[in-house]
Design a protein around this ligand. Sequence first.
Ligand code: CU
Length: 171
Amino acid sequence: MEVLKRTSLLGMLIVMVLITNQAFATQHVVGGNEGWDETTDYDSWAKGQTFKVGDTLVFKYTSGLHSVMELGSESEYKKCDTSNAANSMSTGNDVVKLDKTGTRYFACGTAGHCSSGMKLKVDVVSASSASSPSSSSSSSSSSSSSDDVSSAYQSIASLSLFMAILPVFVL
Ligand SMILES: [Cu+2]
């Protein structure tokens, strides 16, 4: 019985740790309040963000006007070459999970939009090495600071939840 109790305690602890880790993952709404459109400077936006493994990108736009295509290389990104796009999305609320480290490239598939700047490049870093965004000279947008605040709140909330529930298992 004692072994069973300890095993279930361990199981619950693992679940709690997973939930806590999940809370550290950030959902990045691409372009902040502007969303995915032709007028937003996505280089500046991306510089104000830290993209970690486990985070998600959300592309918000009016379905039919734009789309999201994932490109496979820097050269395709530079040339806006969508002919080999690996992944094409067009729901208007497209979620992309950043599941590994490395650079990922996205472009709008609507004719002319990518070449007019509707494209995004993100560098995904490992969750453990992630710290605050590297100091960029460009204006860091208000959306990035609100992201930081919300993730800090999430951390505190999940930690207090953890502390509140822990005694239940120990007793
Ligand atoms: Cu577009």
